[in-house]
Write a protein that binds this ligand. Sequence first.
Ligand code: C2E
Ligand code: CA
Ligand code: CA
Ligand code: CA
Length: 279
Amino acid sequence: AKEAGKNNYQFYTRGMNATAVNYLLLENDLRRAIEQDQLSMYYQPQIDLQTGSLMGVEALVRWQHPERGLIGPINFISLAEETGLIVPLGEWVLRAACQQQKTWLQAGKYVGKVAVNLSARQFRQQRFAERIADILTETELPAKYLELEITESSAMEHAGETINMLNLLNQMGLSLAIDDFGTGYSSLAYLKRFPIQKLKIDRSFISDIYTDQNDASIARSIIGLAHNMMLNVVAEGVEDTNQAEWLRRQGCDQAQGFLYAQPMPAGRLESFFKGGTFS
Ligand code: C2E
Ligand code: CA
Ligand code: CA
Ligand code: CA
């Protein structure tokens, strides 16, 4: 079947732009994937740097493609954004994450908040807050167990609108985090008006934190900024103990990264459930 698939792609490619055709095929595939439940969620723990306990999990989407195998989100999220498929895909993700969180809670397994990534195109929808409310009702999940992540760059573009949407979501009792912090152009005047609880330091600043003075300064500044604003700060992409130790000494609250765990299917999270600490 794999060979036949390959030949198919070659056939359609003849005389046409290969990328364009590939894109078209993928768009149809992705549409089908959403309808036929070929998507699945992986979860990555967020660990308290002082105590080692589990504070939350980030939900990350995967696509189990019938011919191409497991595909990561960097290969299809931008396609979904450009085609508008991000709206149904995003709803699928929200529903799946809320359902999973409800299942954990019913089983007495507390993972902290489950954090879901949002694309700009999703939260700029007219009735986005209502859609979230519907999904929470449908899955019978109290809002306090759900966190939403939006990237710094998408939050800062149309910052005025962002504030209005974040206020609505905040009033519903959801937690809000700014993702990839440090990579966009933040206006501090806007940042202080965002009703958020968390900043996530982008992993590009973390990898060389122990050796690169500039990265270290930036990370230290973000930690200070977050704490001055009474926000929690999470370091992304923590891969070794030097990085974790440095962050802990600087007072960073939480860490997420391969040092602790790769993103994994819900069933494999068992050893991380709250109560058990991690070191
Ligand atoms: P992100 O939100 O910054 O998510 C963190 C990414 O870093 C994940 O990649 C995760 O697997 C990876 N990661 C975690 N720890 C480490 C580490 O220690 N080292 C390294 N090198 N990488 C680490 P993933 O799952 O491939 O997701 C990539 C991006 O795709 C996400 O970046 C997010 O922007 C987007 N994404 C994922 N799921 C969704 C979704 O459901 N909706 C939307 N809109 N975007 C999503
Ligand atoms: Ca994220
Ligand atoms: Ca991130
Ligand atoms: Ca990112």
